[in-house]
Write a protein that binds this ligand. Structure first.
Ligand code: FAD
Length: 472
């Protein structure tokens, strides 16, 4: 019988990953991880005021994203907490917050469908610029907060020091990187994934694609007036370029003319998303499996909670968490992110190992003479590969689903958020799922389209195809 190395649960991350801490000296202000901290923040949730002021940098945003991304809280329980702030007869008072939560649910579902394609352009850029003309390298002056633009440099420092940015700041930074510096969105998305405590390929990459225009009708840009409206003068007041040379000090129409040769794809450009791929995705609430004798539990980074459904199903059985060394290297995960995850893991009744996940989980199961491994689902293709490897090694792998955020009648239209939300919204507010619309809610452009559409492109200041925030 294989023997297990001692658990790494109480080893401080700086000892476990000294090379990461050496290259990331900016880990000064990360949010403490773990369920206790998550519940403190949840108790401060003010979804009613959020509905009015979330676009402002000092608005009542919840800062729950890292806890949602790592499954310390489930979307359903945060939604339930938000609903307690409104009378049963007037749930619309917290509508905006629940709508915002639905973006996460939407992106996770899309990720589950597209897998690693999430790293490729879904559609061509609608900027008149070919993908090859965007740089693949991330500019070091942005990473080092040395652009000379007070706003951009402040956000870069904030990202590296805290691992958190307000939604608008993420949009503004992304638009600057892609459209002003002409850098491929993938380079910016990787930079974010390294540092954001909530970074994940679902919400992160799909938001970057949105800003880039590779999953939207046109590019997202912003100007100085929008910045001042939502952030006040805090950046411009000390910016050396405020009175001459600010690249954002222009109307939307002037910026558009300056940045983009056209609002159509450059000739010959395509994307990877087949036009009908997300149109009718079968959906069924996953039934929880029956507990089996002699199982062990595998806890992974998408459900780091004492309320993890597999842990609850097998409260007396041994459980394991494995630091995925290859993934941490590939994503260059920062010291603050590792510390956050460590805080979450330290609260759980798990034996902690590191290495190749499938091998370590199998070793743990064999050490406990288990043939069954119970875990929770994840949309990530890497998770699917690990499950496959465990099944090939002869284990039964059980998936214990978390509560559903919004059930729908199958099939689900995931081409744009508005279509998805139309089907899921009723159930997200506790009503029976709404049937799908007879006709598609929106017309989506085909990535394979050779001819540019004859339809007049929307004006930049007009309502976008789907919205990430107000005041764009
Ligand atoms: C370029 C870019 C990259 C992003 N990368 C990530 C990421 O890696 N991980 C991540 O969780 N979010 C990401 N977002 C979405 C959003 O910015 C954050 O979820 C939000 O700012 C987190 O702060 P909060 O918890 O205070 O959010 P709140 O405004 O309080 O919203 C509540 C919750 O709703 C969800 N949510 C809100 N807006 C979005 C959105 N646009 N997309 C997906 N979920 C949303 C989050 O889970 C969030 O915690 C990104 C946005 C952009 C523009």
């Amino acid at each position: 019988m294989p023997t297990l190395p001692p658990s790494l649960r109480d080893v401080p991350p700086a000892e476990l990953f000294p090379e990461v801490f050496a290259r990331d000296p900016h880990h000064v202000g990360w949010t403490r991880g773990g369920r206790a901290r998550a519940l403190e923040l949840l108790a401060q949730l003010d979804p009613v005021t959020y509905g009015r002021d979330r676009s402002r940098l000092d608005g009542h945003v919840s800062r729950l994203s890292a806890f949602l991304r790592h499954g310390v809280l489930s979307l359903a329980e945060v939604r339930d907490a938000a609903l307690t702030h409104a009378p049963v007869t007037a749930p619309s008072r917290v509508y905006k917050y629940i709508n915002e939560l639905s973006w996460r649910d939407f992106f996770v579902r899309v990720y589950a469908e597209v897998g690693d394609k999430v790293w490729q352009d879904f559609q061509p850029y609608k900027t008149g610029i070919a993908a090859a003309d965007y740089a693949s390298e991330f500019p070091t002056d942005i990473d080092r907060a040395g652009t000379g633009l007070t706003c951009i440099d402040s956000w870069s420092r904030e990202l590296r020091e805290t691992g958190y940015l307000h939604n608008h700041v993420r949009m503004w930074l992304a638009a600057y990187i892609i459209h002003h510096r002409r850098v491929r969105w993938q380079a910016g998305a990787s930079w974010f994934i390294t540092h954001l405590l909530d970074g994940d390929p679902a919400a992160n990459n799909l938001n970057w694609q949105w800003v880039a225009s590779t999953w939207r009708r046109g590019p997202y840009i912003w100007n100085r007036a929008t910045l001042v409206k939502n952030a006040g003068e805090r950046y411009c007041a000390s910016c050396p370029l405020a009175s001459g040379g600010c690249p954002f000090d222009a109307t939307y129409s002037d910026l558009s003319t300056r940045l983009f040769p056209s609002r159509y794809p450059a000739p010959g450009e395509t994307g990877v998303l087949p036009p009908r791929m997300l149109e009718a995705v079968p959906w069924e609430a996953p039934p929880p499996p029956e507990p089996l004798p002699g199982a062990v539990v595998w806890v992974h980074g998408d459900r780091l909670s004492p309320t993890n459904e597999a842990l609850l199903a097998y409260p007396e059985r041994p459980a394991v968490f494995v630091w995925d060394d290859e993934l941490l290297r590939t994503w260059a995960v920062s010291a603050k992110r590792q510390s956050f995850i460590h805080d979450c893991v330290a609260e759980l009744p798990v034996h902690v190992l590191r290495g190749v996940v499938a091998e370590e989980v199998a070793r743990f199961a064999r050490a406990h003479r288990a043939k069954v491994i119970a875990t929770t689902p994840s949309p990530s293709p890497r998770f699917a590969q690990i499950v496959e490897a465990l099944r090939e090694a002869g284990f039964t792998v059980q998936l214990w689903p978390e509560p559903v955020f919004g059930a729908s009648v199958t099939p689900l239209d995931l081409r744009v958020h508005a279509a998805y939300w139309g089907q899921v919204r009723a159930n997200a507010f506790g009503k029976p799922p709404a049937p799908p619309k007879e006709k598609p809610l929106v017309k989506v452009s085909s990535p394979g389209d050779k001819k540019p559409s004859k339809r007049k492109p929307k004006k930049l200041d007009a309502e976008p195809l789907f919205k990430l925030g107000e005041g764009d």
